[in-house]
Write a protein of this length. Structure first.
Lengths: 33, 150
């Protein structure tokens, strides 16, 4: 069981992975402050 | 979200299994404008071409983020004409997340999906009847109002 979500911090990278894995993207805009 | 929702094991499993999770700062120089982000958290479900199919602004609990994601997956399948796949996601919401705020929209879109698949308008009327009984003041009941005449 993965203990943390493995976030990507690049939408371009996310889209590449999503196309390879045939998955959708869950995109979260957050306030890091 | 970081304190409550994202550490939840159900959420971790769901997001890793069904999605590629991407996180960007709200003031990202390129994408905050493209996605019209003015408040956080701003959450979007995109297909693997980058097209937005679903989104919400504001905190989602562990109990709500999973049906939110399922609704996004259902909308991707629906928008791409994969009605059987969309129906599986809608049924998942209705069967396993029956207390979610996503339920009225799922009832509405499930009926539209069934209508597109079968051309049987009675499913739309049934959806209105269910919505008006269970959620009389909900916006999706109001959107389904004309279907009472079918």
């Amino acid at each position: 069981m993965v203990k943390k979500i493995k976030w990507l911090n690049s939408l371009e990278e996310g889209l590449k992975e999503a196309q390879q894995a045939e998955k959708a993207i869950f995109l979260d805009f957050f306030n890091p402050g | 979200m970081d304190a409550v929702t994202y550490p939840d094991e159900r959420v971790i499993h769901f997001l890793q299994e069904k999605f590629i999770p991407v996180r960007l700062a709200y003031d990202h120089p390129e994408f905050s404008k493209k996605f019209n982000v003015t408040w956080t958290p701003a959450l979007f479900i995109l297909d693997n071409e980058g097209v937005i199919h679903h989104g919400e602004v504001g905190f989602l609990s562990p109990e709500e983020i999973i049906p939110f994601g399922l609704l996004g997956l259902a909308k991707i399948a629906f928008d791409q004409g994969h009605y059987d796949q969309a129906l599986c996601y809608f049924d998942n919401i209705l069967e396993h997340h029956s207390q979610s705020v996503a339920v009225p929209e799922a009832i509405y879109l499930r009926a539209v999906c069934l209508f597109k698949k079968t051309n049987d308008a009675s499913v739309l009327k049934k959806a209105y009847e269910e919505l008006s009984t269970r959620f009389p003041e909900n916006e999706w009941t109001k959107r389904a109002y004309p279907y009472r005449l079918l």
